[in-house]
Design a protein around this ligand. Structure first.
Ligand SMILES: *Cc1c(COP(=O)(O)O)cnc(C)c1O
Length: 441
């Protein structure tokens, strides 16, 4: 029996709320969890039950909840100003953050354009790339290339370069056309697929405005991974053909792949870098699109060369303060050194899972993990059975929050997760898989 407060909240949620990426006929079957407070990697619901957050509040948690340094930074900023427009005015935390981001990203990225979500950061990169090409006189360059299964956000422009049919198919008539390049999954046939991708790029030739990719890990595609050996030649060829290069590191940024950015593991550097999610440690909605002086300077001059784009909450000062503190914590706590150890531990913990009949591929890059579920004899599962969803719901009963992408279970813990918490996550996952087997029989 739940408390009166929880019952009341359930009633109101069911009556008035529409949740993202949620089939509500399914949602109505279970009492929602109302997260009331949190600390580090642990969430607490309105019933006082605790859960290890194994998905970092959907890939945003880095240093954990209620981090004293980030809390203090936001509180301090509150005493100054909570919001001031960035149209026609500037403010200290945004300028300081821009400088810090320029410091920690590839040298060629010198300009920072603020927005408030990963989707908007991608939308902005697409529009900037397009307009830069137009303003350089490359007026035929009106097409984009992206990887198959890509996910770049949910606004109409970012959906146009997306390649996940389940999410994107219904909108096709509304979208601009993009060339979708084959992309390896788990490092298979990389050379062959790179050649194919290059061939498609060449067919687009001088109509290509830009190529957009999630470097090294395609997150929402189900943690599909490729290596620099695939990506480098594809990016190189796109650039030779005159396309600008956009790296969407909204998911892979801020330590997730084992390096600070996935880009750090690559020789080729992008013309645009999209960052979001971990930027504020999950505190406030903030994102950035970074670009080169070369792109920026193509917008200088006459009034009509202006980038006519901006969101009301652009460069929100509280968000910028949280982001500055998040970057500071990386240095003070030597977070990346800890991540290195944790990545190794996690690999050890996941190893026994890989030999199970009911588990397909186990993929890990840094602290990004995808585990494919299979039937008892290793067969693919019927989509209708919603096994991924059911396994994640079962894990909750044991105090672990997981999220599936279809029948791939995702683990993307905050970088601050402890070894014992990680151990519990993997243990609970294995346990609910065992239980599930019993139910199925
Ligand atoms: C989550 C995500 C986005 C979209 O970010 P939102 O903040 O949800 O709009 C874009 N690109 C990638 C790679 C993502 O993982």
């Amino acid at each position: 029996m739940s408390s009166e407060r929880t019952n009341k909240l359930t009633q109101l949620d069911f009556a008035h709320v529409w949740h993202p990426f949620t089939q509500h006929s399914e949602w109505f079957r279970n009492e929602p969890l109302f997260i009331d407070r949190a600390e580090g990697c642990v969430l607490e619901d309105t019933e006082g039950r605790q859960y290890i957050d194994a998905v970092g509040s959907l890939w945003v948690g880095v240093h954990g909840h209620r981090h004293p340094i980030v809390d203090a930074a936001v509180q301090k900023q509150l005493e100054h100003v909570a919001h001031s427009t960035f149209l026609g005015l500037s403010h200290p935390p945004a300028v300081e953050l821009a400088e810090q981001l320029v410091q920690c990203t590839p040298e060629r990225l010198q300009r920072v354009f603020f927005s408030d979500s990963g989707s908007t950061s991608v939308e902005i990169a697409l529009k900037m790339a397009f307009q830069a090409q137009q303003q350089r006189g490359e007026t035929r360059r009106i097409r984009f290339a992206a990887l198959r299964e890509a996910y770049h956000g949910d606004t109409v422009g970012s959906v146009s370069v997306g390649g996940i049919d389940l999410f994107h198919k219904v909108y096709r008539p509304l979208l601009f056309e993009a060339a979708h390049l084959p992309c390896p999954d788990h490092y298979n046939k990389e050379r062959f697929l790179a050649d194919q991708a290059i061939q498609i790029l060449e067919e687009q030739g001088d109509e290509l405005a830009a190529l957009i990719v999630e470097p090294l890990v395609q997150g929402a595609a189900g943690m599909r991974m490729h290596s620099p050996e695939f990506l480098e030649p594809v990016v190189k060829r796109a650039r030779e053909l005159g396309a600008l290069i956009i790296f969407d590191e909204v998911a892979t940024g801020f330590g997730r792949t084992g390096s600070f950015f996935a880009t750090d593991q690559l020789r080729t550097k992008p013309d645009f870098l999209c960052l979001g999610k971990g930027l504020t440690n999950g505190y406030l909605p903030l994102a950035v699109t970074m670009t080169t002086e070369e792109v920026f300077s193509s917008f200088l001059g006459s009034h009509e060369h202006t980038f006519f784009h901006g969101h009301t909450y652009t460069a929100n000062p509280l968000g910028c303060a949280a982001a500055l503190a998040t970057l500071r914590v990386f240095q003070q706590e030597k977070t990346m050194e800890k991540v290195e150890l944790l990545v190794e531990k996690m690999a050890q913990m996941l190893r026994p899972l890989a030999s199970r009949q009911d588990v397909g591929l186990v993929r890990q890059k840094g602290l990004m993990v995808g585990i494919d579920l299979r039937g008892r004899s290793g067969e693919a599962l019927p989509q209708k059975a919603r096994t991924g969803h059911r396994i994640c719901m079962a894990a909750r009963q044991h105090g672990v929050i997981l999220r599936p992408l279809g029948d791939t279970v995702v683990m993307m813990p905050p970088l601050c997760i402890t070894e014992s918490q990680l151990h519990k996550v993997v243990e609970v996952f294995a346990h609910v898989l065992d239980q599930h087997k019993v139910v199925a029989e």
